[in-house]
Write a protein that binds this ligand. Structure first.
Ligand code: ADP
Length: 646
């Protein structure tokens, strides 16, 4: 229920349309219920042999309860006995009088013509409101869906990085695409259907009670057991739908992983294993889905059996009342007509419940994402900090991805303005984690990181990240032009500045040689460029951004030597004069840095220049001998082992 109210809140901006929709729903469903009562006057006009009896007006009820000759739509009191409470009786009598004065006069042919034109008018109006209802519904629903998607997209972007390593991309994608679409049914459609069908059912119940309450009550006795049955089925449906959606999310996740990692799958000949993994998920989805459909298939037959059972009771018991002359035959037919007609709204109510449950399950998954805490939550008061004047400092920083498993411990490190610091260490030592803490991709579990003495937690995220340029090992390019990829994050750059940045990044030449120059599209994730070219586009991007702090996860040996030299030159140009932290894989980079920090299992074990550390003969020396042994010190064509460097 809370989820449902939360869904309805998305309609708040569209109050006027919603009110209009409600009016249309009420009018359309009321007219539909009234329409069905036309059976009675129709039958009377056609089959009552004595015209005088048709036009007879019912006398007001006598205190004794037995009414006079009943007539008209609501003239429902039976010929003998079965009285209604007096106030109800009066309303009914007034209604029947109203009807008599307008309908039952003149010849039978005139009455018939009059009745037909009434019916025509009534159904015309009903359909007019139906149309308005459908149009308003579609409009409102899609407005709400559009708003929810926009909110969800913003929420996903604001999620902390840690969330993305826990949830798989496909899973999140299926929430935005599939789940949001499924929510549509619940927001407006479900509510309007519930309102309209309930109105129809209530009106139908009122009508049959007025016609003959004993018959109506005995018919209605069948309803409660059926409601219980339906409730049980809908509970099963809700669970089933939740499972099927979960399975679909998992299936999408596997699919996404295989498609985006298709190179690796092919390279390792893992097609069969991946197919098995997919088959497993596919099979689970199939099972969950079929189970859901079986339960769903059960709900229609159940309500049909209810319908037939109701009809049998009416024909049996009502027929008896007619034979005993306690009920007029035309009213029995109207009763039957109303009951058969009301089956559809009842069925719809049952169905609406199942779609509503599915939609609510989808809504719950969407809300889960919306409710995940954002990566920055206020408290960022230092809007004045937007440059690095003195130093970037790690003060006794500790960090753990999972509680109790520290990845970084007691990190004390000062990087002064303009200084270049190399981070070296074995794979898994914590180098990437350490640099990820600076732009607040993660928050230190202990200690703090400061820029000129201000804790980075106090600097608004957007300001902080504007100060930092990151060139990562795995360059992410978007499926767009080279220019758009270079200007990513600085969209206002002039063509001149873009070219300058590309030249400085040693990228201008290869870009100019592409078929459409700067407008050439790079392919998804930049697959149409070589590794070195991608790196240089990323460097050009960082040069254009011109950040005071630079974080560099230096590329490994995947580049050919010419590319490597071009990348290295570009990198040096970029680093010049900037405060830089480099995760260094090449000896040449290491030696050119002002200081080297050696990390081992999350701790800083050594700090110093290349020569100092070599002389000391400690961890760096060992690392150096292992890793850089094959490289000459001024290596222009280094071949470090990427595995060791990571
Ligand atoms: P390096 O960059 O030195 O190779 P990392 O900083 O990538 O090291 O990793 C340090 C440790 O943290 C490793 O043991 C790694 O398994 C773990 N780790 C890295 N990223 C995550 C993550 N998103 N969730 C949990 N553990 C992680």
């Amino acid at each position: 229920m809370r989820d449902y109210l939360r869904l309805l809140a998305f309609l708040r901006p569209y109050r006027r349309r919603t009110a209009l929709l409600v009016i249309c729903v009420v009018l359309a469903s009321s007219l539909a219920s009234v329409g069905i009562t036309f059976i009675s006057p129709l039958l009377r006009i056609m089959f009552e042999e004595d015209p005088a009896r048709v036009t007879e007006v019912q006398s007001p009820p006598s205190p004794g309860g037995a009414a006079g000759q009943p007539s008209g739509v609501a003239a429902a009191a039976p010929r003998s006995g079965i009285p209604l409470p007096e106030s109800v009786e009066r309303v009914r009598a007034t209604a029947s009088q109203w009807l008599h004065q307008r309908l039952y006069h003149g010849t039978k042919m005139e009455m018939l013509t009059r009745l037909c034109s009434w019916m025509l008018l009534l159904y015309f109006l009903k359909n007019l409101f139906d149309f308005a209802e459908a149009a308003l519904l579609a409009d409102l629903e899609h407005r709400a869906i559009r708003d929810i998607r926009a909110r969800l997209y913003l929420a996903i972007q604001a999620l902390p990085l840690g969330f993305f390593s826990k949830e798989r991309t496909g899973y999140l994608m299926s929430r935005v695409v599939v789940d949001v679409d499924m929510m549509r049914g619940a927001i407006v459609g479900g509510a309007t259907r519930i309102v309209s069908q309930t109105i129809m059912v209530l009106l139908a119940v009122t009508i049959v009670l007025l016609v003959s309450w004993p018959l109506a009550l005995s018919t209605l006795l069948i309803v409660p057991p059926n409601v219980l049955l339906v409730a049980a089925i809908s509970r099963k449906l809700r669970k089933g739908s939740h499972r099927a959606q979960e399975e679909m999310g998992q299936l999408a996740a596997v699919l996404q992983e295989t498609i985006s990692g298709v190179r690796i799958v092919k390279a390792f000949g893992a097609e069969a294993a991946e197919a098995r993994r997919f088959d497993g998920r596919n099979q689970r989805y199939f099972r969950a889905f079929v189970k859901l459909k079986v339960v769903e298939a059960l709900s229609s037959p159940v309500s049909e059996v209810l319908g037939v059972a109701t009809a049998v009771v009416i024909v049996g018991f009502g027929g008896q009342l007619v034979l005993q002359q306690r009920l007029r035959p035309d009213l029995l037919f109207m009763f039957l007509g109303v009951m058969l007609w009301v089956i559809a709204p009842i069925k719809n109510l049952i169905k609406v419940n199942s779609t509503l449950q599915q939609s609510l399950a989808a809504a719950r998954r969407v809300f889960e994402v919306l409710d995940t805490p954002k990566e920055s939550e206020g408290g960022e008061t230092r809007t004045d900090v937007c440059d690095l004047r003195e130093a970037l400092r790690f003060e006794r920083v500790g960090f753990a991805y999972r509680a109790g498993e520290p990845v970084l411990r007691d990190i004390d490190l000062t990087v002064r303005r303009g200084e270049a610091v190399a981070l070296v260490g074995a794979s898994g030592a914590g180098k990437s984690t350490l640099v990820d803490l600076i732009p607040r991709f993660y928050t230190p579990t202990l200690g703090r990181i400061t820029i000129d003495g201000v804790d980075v937690q106090d600097i608004p995220l957007s300001n902080l990240r504007r100060m930092i340029g990151m060139v990562t090992q795995e360059v992410i390019l978007f499926h767009d032009s080279v220019e758009a990829n270079i200007t990513y994050g600085s969209p206002d750059a002039s063509a001149e500045r873009i070219e300058q940045a590309a030249r400085a990044a040693n990228a201008h030449e290869f870009i100019a040689a592409m078929p459409h120059g700067y407008q050439s599209v790079v392919g998804e994730r930049g697959t149409q460029l070589s590794g070195g070219q991608r790196q240089r586009v990323a460097i050009a991007r960082a040069i254009l951004k011109d950040p005071p702090i630079l974080i560099f996860d230096e590329a490994t040996s995947s580049l050919d030597s010419e590319s490597e030299r071009a990348v290295q030159e570009a990198m040096e140009r970029l680093m010049r004069g900037r405060t830089t932290l480099v995760i260094a894989h090449r000896l040449s980079t290491v030696t050119r840095c002002d200081r080297i920090v050696v990390l081992d299992r999350g701790r800083i074990v050594e700090t110093g220049t290349h020569e100092e550390l070599l002389r000391r003969g400690g961890a760096y020396r060992r690392l150096h001998d292992l890793q850089f042994a094959t490289e000459p010190a001024d290596a222009a064509h280094p071949r470090p082992d990427p595995e060791l460097a990571r």
